[in-house]
Design a protein around this ligand. Structure first.
Ligand code: SF4
Length: 90
């Protein structure tokens, strides 16, 4: 079964972008060009409360996702076992 990175606790995100840095390190890329994880900052209900949202490119699952889970200081991510896209297991 394939393993997938999942944003399980987005409300925990503090916007540190360590997850972005780790994916770029693994991809041997500098800057945000072609980033597989993006972190967006927003205001909750137009108030002063800052919230973050995390967008994953499906290709992120081809790199070491355990490392991404480990590097996040607030445990936003979990790993999920799933059937692959054509419905086959294993
Ligand atoms: S490492 Fe975790 S807390 Fe930091 S930006 Fe990524 S998801 Fe948010």
């Amino acid at each position: 079964m394939a393993k997938f990175l999942k944003v399980s606790f987005p409300e925990n995100c503090i916007g540190c972008e360590l997850c972005v840095a780790e994916t770029q390190r693994q991809m041997q890329k500098v800057g945000l060009d072609g980033a597989l994880i993006r972190v967006f900052k927003d205001r909750k209900d137009n108030s002063d409360v800052i919230v973050f949202s995390i967008e994953l490119d499906p290709r992120v699952n081809s790199i070491d996702i355990e490392k991404i889970i480990e590097i996040c200081p607030t445990k936003v991510f979990t790993v999920e076992d799933k059937e692959d896209e054509n419905g086959l297991t294993g």
